[in-house]
Design a protein around this ligand. Structure first.
Ligand SMILES: [Zn+2]
Length: 562
């Protein structure tokens, strides 16, 4: 063998060896990687074909559309705004809250068939609980939720609205108005879906309960519906709970996704009080309490909460579903998502990617917003009292206590620097002293407004298969069969679990079911509809989709014995 032949043979062996290694490696990778996206098949009730006429009417009939439009328009026209400074209880100012009587009588006159077939219980005056009794009392009821109130329209924003917020203007495709997407559309949609079922002669085996609060937009502190239901039906007595929230439909990297919320972040309002001795402004200390508080504020903002990318957070599955199914996702990102749990470097890269967007980063970390500051009273007097209010939405991987610890770390740092006292106090608990009071001043960190991260809804069970499967059935088979059926069908819709950065009334309902789905059918992501903002809108087709979805979902869960 001459030298050249030897080199060629050696090179061939080397390349061949590499190929073999590569093949083994890729095969191993293919074998090792188990898909994690909780994919489901479309799920339809057995009555699907028998009811095709009704479904067709809901989605495509002109007259139905017009009647449905008027029902939602008139609901928007009844002002049911709630405000942060609303009377603490209904008894404090019954007149103020009477707008919910008007709303309820509107429901009564608009949906007579619904009222004939259900029992209405008014809880704490304006909480509405309707019970549509099923014939089989051994089956756990399905609970459908929403809220009657809307976020307020501040006077100052009125000129910015293209159409007045309570006019409910319809332009032929879109409906504009406060509550059109958050969430009178959902509430009215439930009524319409149930009435369409009632018209077909449907009598449920499984009881359906409807529960509508009246102060969700101001934390729902007056909502007693959940306690009432727990007393009447018992804890964990509901088959599943559906409420607003989640991402209705969105397209990411060429993949259409629906993202029902199967988790919810925690909530914390924290107050930091600082008391210092007063005195004349002509002889101030180097740092007044305002200056010290400013120092603390800078420290807090420069010490953000960490981010996480773990399967504990449903957001993880959203990215995994995308990585497993998108044909156009960046290859490097895909690789990092799929190896994020084995490789700390990949995990870091995915977090960096998500954190590069302000709109996405808080899906994976606790937020901290310094929202209110009070302090000082006179230009010639030293400020004796300063108070800072911070709002945090707590990451799935954290807790109220871990969030509090991080803030205490910041305050300790500043208290030591200026030789101040420090204590903290949680709702209904005695104050805990960290540093004793000093003549210079004292910090008190306290909160009575918080709730922990919500328990996660399971995503690998029959409940999920039916809920997520109905979304696919409704969109792929009923709404867009031309796109998703046949030989040239588009890639299927991915239904992925997820979380919403905000909160819903479901926080009071954890004891009633392990299966909570926060999702509103519709052709939009949740942010696009300007809920809480100027020119809130929905595409009216989205409203009809709510009706069809619940028409099918109620029947689907009625047929099973889980
Ligand atoms: Zn809402």
């Amino acid at each position: 063998m001459n030298f050249q032949a030897y080199v060629s043979l050696w090179a061939a062996c080397f390349v061949g060896g590499l190929l073999v290694l590569y093949t083994i490696y890729s095969a191993k990778e293919a074998v090792d990687y188990m898909p994690q996206c909780p994919m489901v098949e479309p799920y339809r009730p057995s009555t699907y074909l028998a009811n095709s006429q009704v479904i067709d009417t809901i989605l495509h009939d002109h007259e139905f559309r017009n009647q449905s439009l008027v029902k939602l328009q008139n609901a928007i026209r009844i002002k049911t705004e709630t405000h942060d400074d609303d009377p603490a209880t209904v008894e404090d100012d019954p007149e103020y809250w009477s707008k919910f009587d008007i709303f309820e009588s509107y429901l009564r006159s608009t949906f007579p068939l619904f009222y004939q077939n259900t029992e209405l219980h008014k809880v704490n005056h304006h909480g509405l609980v309707y019970i549509w009794r099923g014939t089989n009392t051994t089956l756990k009821p399905l609970l459908l939720m929403g809220h009657q109130d809307t976020s307020p329209v501040p006077e100052s924003t009125l000129p910015l609205w293209t159409y007045p917020p309570f006019e409910a203007h319809y332009n032929g495709t879109h409906l504009f108005g406060r509550g059109s997407s958050d969430c009178k559309n959902l509430v009215i949609g439930y009524f319409e879906a149930a009435e369409e079922l009632m018209k077909t002669g449907f009598i449920p085996r499984r009881t359906v309960v409807f529960s509508f609060g009246f102060d969700e937009e101001v934390s729902g502190v007056r909502n007693r519906n959940a306690q009432w239901l727990e007393q009447k039906f018992g804890s964990k007595s509901m088959y599943a709970i559906c409420d607003e929230g989640g991402v209705s439909l969105t397209t990411l990297d060429g993949t259409t996704m629906a993202v029902p919320g199967t988790g919810e972040k925690g909530f914390l309002n924290l107050w930091i009080d600082l008391k210092t001795p007063g005195g004349h402004s002509s002889v101030p200390p180097d740092h007044t309490s305002l200056g010290v508080m400013a120092d603390l504020m800078v420290k807090i903002e420069n010490d953000p909460f960490p981010s996480y990318f773990t399967p504990q957070n449903p957001t993880y599955y959203q990215y995994v579903c995308l990585a497993e199914n998108s044909a156009t996702i960046d290859k490097e990102l895909k690789k990092n998502i799929l190896s994020s749990q084995a490789s700390p470097l990949s995990n870091k890269k995915v977090r960096e990617y998500i954190e590069s967007s302000r709109w996405l980063k808080y899906y994976i970390k606790t937020s901290q917003a310094l929202d209110v500051i009070h302090g000082g009273s006179k230009s010639n007097a030293l400020p004796e009292f300063v108070q800072l209010t911070i709002n945090s939405r707590v990451a799935i991987e954290e807790s109220i206590h871990s969030a509090l610890e991080k803030y205490l770390r910041n305050v300790k740092n500043v208290a030591q620097k200026y030789d101040f006292g420090l204590s903290y106090q949680l709702k209904n608990e005695p104050a805990v002293e960290i540093f004793p009071p000093t003549p210079q001043g004292d910090f008190l960190v306290h909160t009575d407004e918080y709730f922990d991260v919500a328990p996660l809804t399971p995503i690998n069970d029959n409940h999920w298969k039916i809920f997520a499967g109905n979304i696919k059935h409704v969109y792929e088979e009923l709404i867009w069969p031309d796109i998703y059926q046949g030989p040239n069908a588009h890639n299927p819709i991915i239904v992925s679990p997820g979380i919403a950065p905000g909160n819903t009334d479901t926080k009071y309902y954890w004891n009633l079911s392990d299966h909570i789905y926060r999702y509103r059918p519709g052709e939009y992501t949740s942010v696009e509809t300007s809920a809480h903002g100027v020119n809130e809108w929905i595409k009216f087709d989205s409203h009809l989709q709510i009706i069809v979805f619940y028409f099918q979902y109620i029947q689907s869960v009625d047929e099973i014995d889980d």
